[in-house]
Design a protein around this ligand. Structure first.
Ligand SMILES: [Zn+2]
Ligand SMILES: [Zn+2]
Length: 292
Protein backbone atom coordinates (compact mmCIF):
# COMPACT_ATOMS: atom_id res chain seq x y z
CA UNK A 1 0.00 0.00 0.00
CA UNK A 2 1.17 3.48 -0.84
CA UNK A 3 0.21 6.63 0.97
CA UNK A 4 -2.63 8.47 -0.77
CA UNK A 5 -1.31 11.61 -2.33
CA UNK A 6 -2.96 14.96 -2.95
CA UNK A 7 -2.12 14.48 -6.63
CA UNK A 8 -5.02 12.06 -7.02
CA UNK A 9 -7.49 14.75 -5.98
CA UNK A 10 -7.17 16.81 -9.15
CA UNK A 11 -10.19 17.05 -11.42
CA UNK A 12 -8.32 15.85 -14.53
CA UNK A 13 -7.15 12.25 -14.69
CA UNK A 14 -3.70 11.80 -13.09
CA UNK A 15 -2.37 10.12 -16.26
CA UNK A 16 -3.64 12.77 -18.69
CA UNK A 17 -0.74 14.08 -20.76
CA UNK A 18 1.77 11.48 -19.46
CA UNK A 19 3.54 8.88 -21.61
CA UNK A 20 3.64 5.13 -20.98
CA UNK A 21 5.69 2.51 -22.78
CA UNK A 22 4.22 -0.71 -24.16
CA UNK A 23 6.66 -3.62 -24.33
CA UNK A 24 5.84 -5.60 -27.44
CA UNK A 25 7.59 -7.39 -30.22
CA UNK A 26 4.41 -8.46 -31.92
CA UNK A 27 2.52 -5.37 -33.07
CA UNK A 28 0.15 -4.94 -30.12
CA UNK A 29 0.33 -1.12 -30.09
CA UNK A 30 -2.78 -0.60 -32.30
CA UNK A 31 -4.74 -2.96 -30.03
CA UNK A 32 -3.75 -1.50 -26.67
CA UNK A 33 -2.87 2.18 -27.14
CA UNK A 34 -6.11 3.63 -28.64
CA UNK A 35 -8.57 2.67 -25.87
CA UNK A 36 -6.17 3.86 -23.16
CA UNK A 37 -5.34 7.15 -24.87
CA UNK A 38 -9.05 7.74 -25.44
CA UNK A 39 -10.11 6.87 -21.89
CA UNK A 40 -7.57 8.87 -19.86
CA UNK A 41 -5.31 10.81 -22.24
CA UNK A 42 -2.26 8.65 -21.45
CA UNK A 43 -0.08 8.47 -24.58
CA UNK A 44 1.37 5.04 -25.30
CA UNK A 45 4.60 4.45 -27.20
CA UNK A 46 5.87 0.98 -28.13
CA UNK A 47 9.32 -0.39 -27.45
CA UNK A 48 10.48 -3.57 -29.16
CA UNK A 49 12.05 -5.43 -26.26
CA UNK A 50 12.70 -9.13 -26.55
CA UNK A 51 9.78 -10.39 -24.49
CA UNK A 52 10.49 -13.89 -25.85
CA UNK A 53 13.14 -14.17 -23.14
CA UNK A 54 10.15 -14.53 -20.79
CA UNK A 55 8.83 -17.55 -22.70
CA UNK A 56 7.22 -18.15 -26.06
CA UNK A 57 4.02 -19.58 -27.48
CA UNK A 58 5.85 -22.00 -29.70
CA UNK A 59 7.26 -23.74 -26.66
CA UNK A 60 10.97 -23.32 -27.49
CA UNK A 61 11.29 -21.25 -24.28
CA UNK A 62 9.04 -22.28 -21.36
CA UNK A 63 6.95 -19.59 -19.64
CA UNK A 64 8.41 -18.77 -16.23
CA UNK A 65 5.42 -17.88 -14.07
CA UNK A 66 1.71 -17.22 -13.93
CA UNK A 67 0.52 -14.93 -16.74
CA UNK A 68 0.04 -11.84 -14.56
CA UNK A 69 3.63 -12.06 -13.29
CA UNK A 70 4.88 -12.53 -16.85
CA UNK A 71 2.89 -9.48 -18.01
CA UNK A 72 4.31 -7.35 -15.17
CA UNK A 73 7.83 -8.56 -15.95
CA UNK A 74 7.34 -7.64 -19.64
CA UNK A 75 6.10 -4.16 -18.71
CA UNK A 76 9.19 -3.66 -16.52
CA UNK A 77 11.47 -4.78 -19.38
CA UNK A 78 10.02 -1.96 -21.47
CA UNK A 79 10.30 0.52 -18.61
CA UNK A 80 13.95 -0.27 -17.91
CA UNK A 81 14.78 -0.15 -21.64
CA UNK A 82 13.31 3.35 -21.99
CA UNK A 83 13.40 4.94 -18.51
CA UNK A 84 9.61 5.44 -18.41
CA UNK A 85 7.93 5.05 -15.00
CA UNK A 86 4.62 3.82 -16.47
CA UNK A 87 4.66 0.63 -18.52
CA UNK A 88 2.12 -1.61 -20.24
CA UNK A 89 2.25 -5.19 -21.46
CA UNK A 90 -0.03 -8.09 -22.26
CA UNK A 91 0.19 -11.84 -21.84
CA UNK A 92 -2.05 -14.57 -23.19
CA UNK A 93 -2.80 -18.12 -22.10
CA UNK A 94 -4.22 -20.41 -24.75
CA UNK A 95 -5.25 -23.97 -24.00
CA UNK A 96 -8.09 -26.29 -23.06
CA UNK A 97 -10.80 -24.53 -21.03
CA UNK A 98 -10.56 -25.93 -17.45
CA UNK A 99 -14.35 -26.36 -17.38
CA UNK A 100 -14.69 -27.70 -20.95
CA UNK A 101 -11.53 -29.57 -21.97
CA UNK A 102 -12.59 -29.93 -25.62
CA UNK A 103 -12.87 -26.19 -26.10
CA UNK A 104 -9.80 -23.99 -26.59
CA UNK A 105 -9.90 -20.84 -24.49
CA UNK A 106 -7.79 -17.72 -24.85
CA UNK A 107 -7.37 -15.54 -21.77
CA UNK A 108 -5.54 -12.28 -22.34
CA UNK A 109 -4.25 -10.09 -19.53
CA UNK A 110 -3.27 -6.46 -20.07
CA UNK A 111 -1.44 -4.71 -17.26
CA UNK A 112 -0.37 -1.17 -16.42
CA UNK A 113 2.58 -0.81 -14.04
CA UNK A 114 3.04 2.64 -12.44
CA UNK A 115 6.30 2.57 -10.49
CA UNK A 116 6.03 6.28 -9.67
CA UNK A 117 3.05 5.54 -7.43
CA UNK A 118 3.61 1.84 -6.78
CA UNK A 119 0.42 0.61 -8.39
CA UNK A 120 -0.39 -2.21 -10.81
CA UNK A 121 -3.75 -2.22 -12.63
CA UNK A 122 -4.79 -5.19 -14.75
CA UNK A 123 -7.79 -6.62 -16.51
CA UNK A 124 -8.39 -9.82 -18.46
CA UNK A 125 -10.71 -11.01 -21.20
CA UNK A 126 -11.43 -14.61 -22.17
CA UNK A 127 -12.79 -16.02 -25.41
CA UNK A 128 -13.57 -19.38 -26.94
CA UNK A 129 -13.38 -17.95 -30.45
CA UNK A 130 -9.61 -18.17 -30.84
CA UNK A 131 -8.38 -20.33 -33.73
CA UNK A 132 -5.85 -22.91 -32.50
CA UNK A 133 -5.63 -25.79 -34.97
CA UNK A 134 -3.01 -28.52 -35.25
CA UNK A 135 -2.37 -31.66 -37.25
CA UNK A 136 0.40 -34.05 -38.28
CA UNK A 137 0.92 -34.62 -42.00
CA UNK A 138 3.23 -36.26 -44.48
CA UNK A 139 4.72 -34.50 -47.51
CA UNK A 140 2.10 -34.26 -50.24
CA UNK A 141 -0.95 -34.91 -47.99
CA UNK A 142 -4.15 -32.98 -48.78
CA UNK A 143 -4.56 -30.19 -46.23
CA UNK A 144 -7.74 -28.58 -47.59
CA UNK A 145 -10.05 -29.27 -44.61
CA UNK A 146 -7.37 -28.45 -42.05
CA UNK A 147 -6.43 -25.16 -43.73
CA UNK A 148 -10.09 -24.06 -43.77
CA UNK A 149 -10.45 -24.93 -40.08
CA UNK A 150 -7.16 -23.12 -39.32
CA UNK A 151 -8.30 -19.92 -41.05
CA UNK A 152 -5.20 -19.98 -43.28
CA UNK A 153 -3.66 -17.71 -44.52
CA UNK A 154 -5.20 -14.95 -42.29
CA UNK A 155 -4.03 -17.12 -39.43
CA UNK A 156 -0.43 -18.08 -40.08
CA UNK A 157 1.11 -21.47 -39.31
CA UNK A 158 4.12 -23.06 -37.66
CA UNK A 159 5.71 -26.22 -39.06
CA UNK A 160 8.20 -28.48 -37.28
CA UNK A 161 9.15 -32.17 -37.27
CA UNK A 162 6.40 -34.24 -35.61
CA UNK A 163 8.60 -36.60 -33.57
CA UNK A 164 12.33 -36.52 -32.90
CA UNK A 165 14.23 -33.44 -34.02
CA UNK A 166 13.22 -30.02 -32.57
CA UNK A 167 14.53 -28.28 -35.70
CA UNK A 168 13.96 -26.90 -38.24
CA UNK A 169 11.02 -24.83 -37.02
CA UNK A 170 9.28 -22.52 -39.48
CA UNK A 171 7.09 -19.74 -38.03
CA UNK A 172 4.77 -17.20 -39.63
CA UNK A 173 3.94 -19.28 -42.69
CA UNK A 174 1.39 -17.43 -44.82
CA UNK A 175 1.61 -18.94 -48.32
CA UNK A 176 0.90 -22.38 -49.74
CA UNK A 177 4.40 -22.46 -51.29
CA UNK A 178 6.11 -21.79 -47.93
CA UNK A 179 3.86 -24.38 -46.30
CA UNK A 180 4.59 -27.13 -48.83
CA UNK A 181 8.35 -26.55 -48.62
CA UNK A 182 8.35 -26.45 -44.79
CA UNK A 183 6.32 -29.67 -44.51
CA UNK A 184 8.68 -31.49 -46.91
CA UNK A 185 11.75 -30.30 -45.00
CA UNK A 186 10.38 -31.13 -41.52
CA UNK A 187 8.82 -34.50 -42.51
CA UNK A 188 12.17 -35.56 -43.99
CA UNK A 189 13.99 -35.23 -40.63
CA UNK A 190 11.17 -36.45 -38.33
CA UNK A 191 11.48 -39.96 -36.88
CA UNK A 192 7.94 -40.79 -38.02
CA UNK A 193 8.23 -39.01 -41.40
CA UNK A 194 5.53 -36.47 -40.46
CA UNK A 195 5.47 -32.72 -39.98
CA UNK A 196 3.56 -31.01 -37.16
CA UNK A 197 1.49 -28.09 -38.49
CA UNK A 198 -0.17 -25.74 -36.02
CA UNK A 199 -1.54 -22.21 -35.62
CA UNK A 200 1.14 -19.58 -35.02
CA UNK A 201 -0.36 -18.05 -31.88
CA UNK A 202 1.83 -14.96 -31.77
CA UNK A 203 -0.34 -11.83 -31.68
CA UNK A 204 0.69 -10.52 -35.10
CA UNK A 205 0.02 -13.84 -36.85
CA UNK A 206 -3.26 -14.75 -35.12
CA UNK A 207 -6.11 -12.28 -35.78
CA UNK A 208 -8.61 -14.11 -33.56
CA UNK A 209 -6.21 -13.58 -30.65
CA UNK A 210 -5.80 -9.90 -31.50
CA UNK A 211 -9.53 -9.39 -30.96
CA UNK A 212 -9.25 -10.82 -27.43
CA UNK A 213 -6.25 -8.59 -26.61
CA UNK A 214 -8.19 -5.55 -27.85
CA UNK A 215 -11.16 -6.47 -25.64
CA UNK A 216 -8.87 -6.87 -22.60
CA UNK A 217 -7.27 -3.48 -23.37
CA UNK A 218 -10.73 -1.92 -23.55
CA UNK A 219 -11.48 -3.27 -20.07
CA UNK A 220 -8.16 -2.03 -18.73
CA UNK A 221 -8.85 1.44 -20.14
CA UNK A 222 -12.16 1.50 -18.23
CA UNK A 223 -10.45 0.34 -15.06
CA UNK A 224 -7.70 2.99 -15.29
CA UNK A 225 -10.32 5.65 -15.95
CA UNK A 226 -12.29 4.62 -12.85
CA UNK A 227 -11.04 6.55 -9.82
CA UNK A 228 -11.41 5.86 -6.13
CA UNK A 229 -14.36 7.80 -4.69
CA UNK A 230 -12.33 8.46 -1.52
CA UNK A 231 -8.81 9.38 -2.73
CA UNK A 232 -9.10 9.75 -6.53
CA UNK A 233 -6.47 7.14 -7.42
CA UNK A 234 -6.92 5.36 -10.77
CA UNK A 235 -7.78 1.66 -10.98
CA UNK A 236 -10.94 1.56 -8.85
CA UNK A 237 -12.98 -1.60 -9.42
CA UNK A 238 -13.81 -5.12 -8.42
CA UNK A 239 -11.33 -6.76 -6.09
CA UNK A 240 -13.42 -9.53 -4.52
CA UNK A 241 -16.67 -11.45 -4.72
CA UNK A 242 -18.95 -12.44 -1.81
CA UNK A 243 -20.56 -15.85 -2.25
CA UNK A 244 -23.75 -17.11 -0.62
CA UNK A 245 -27.30 -16.96 -2.02
CA UNK A 246 -29.96 -18.76 0.07
CA UNK A 247 -31.63 -21.84 -1.41
CA UNK A 248 -35.31 -21.26 -2.26
CA UNK A 249 -36.40 -24.39 -0.36
CA UNK A 250 -34.20 -24.71 2.71
CA UNK A 251 -32.26 -21.45 3.00
CA UNK A 252 -28.81 -23.11 2.90
CA UNK A 253 -26.35 -20.75 1.25
CA UNK A 254 -25.35 -21.82 -2.27
CA UNK A 255 -21.88 -20.76 -3.51
CA UNK A 256 -23.11 -18.16 -6.00
CA UNK A 257 -22.01 -14.50 -6.08
CA UNK A 258 -24.17 -12.36 -3.78
CA UNK A 259 -22.12 -9.18 -4.02
CA UNK A 260 -18.97 -7.76 -5.52
CA UNK A 261 -16.51 -5.64 -3.58
CA UNK A 262 -14.97 -2.65 -5.33
CA UNK A 263 -11.69 -1.44 -3.91
CA UNK A 264 -8.90 1.09 -4.28
CA UNK A 265 -5.30 0.15 -5.14
CA UNK A 266 -3.93 2.96 -2.97
CA UNK A 267 -6.15 3.57 0.08
CA UNK A 268 -8.31 1.21 2.15
CA UNK A 269 -11.62 2.37 0.71
CA UNK A 270 -14.04 -0.46 -0.18
CA UNK A 271 -17.65 -0.55 -1.37
CA UNK A 272 -19.91 -3.60 -1.51
CA UNK A 273 -22.21 -3.82 -4.51
CA UNK A 274 -25.00 -6.46 -4.39
CA UNK A 275 -25.36 -8.43 -7.64
CA UNK A 276 -28.61 -10.16 -6.59
CA UNK A 277 -31.59 -8.54 -4.88
CA UNK A 278 -32.28 -9.49 -1.21
CA UNK A 279 -35.39 -11.49 -2.21
CA UNK A 280 -33.47 -13.57 -4.79
CA UNK A 281 -33.01 -17.25 -4.03
CA UNK A 282 -30.86 -19.99 -5.51
CA UNK A 283 -32.29 -22.94 -7.42
CA UNK A 284 -32.62 -25.96 -5.07
CA UNK A 285 -30.88 -27.94 -7.83
CA UNK A 286 -27.65 -26.13 -6.89
CA UNK A 287 -28.17 -26.71 -3.14
CA UNK A 288 -25.96 -29.24 -1.35
CA UNK A 289 -28.78 -30.05 1.15
CA UNK A 290 -31.70 -30.37 -1.30
CA UNK A 291 -29.70 -31.92 -4.15
CA UNK A 292 -26.67 -33.60 -2.62
ZN1 LIG B 1 -31.77 -26.31 -0.26
ZN1 LIG C 1 -8.47 5.34 -2.66
Amino acid sequence: MVRPSHRWQQAHHPYAGLVAVLATKHGKLPLIAPPIEKAVGLRVDAVAVDTDALGTFTGDIPRPGPPLETAIAKARLGMSATGHVIGLASEGSIGPDPAMPFVTADREIVVLVDDDNGIVVWEAHSSWDVVAASTSVGAGDDLGTFLAEAGFPDHQLIVRPNIGAMHPIHKGISSTEQLTAAIAECAAVAHDGLARVETDLRAHTCPSRRAVIAAAAERLAGRIAARCPACGAPGWGRIDVVLGVPCAWCGTEVARPRAEIDGCLVCEHRETRPVVSPEDHADPGECSSCNP
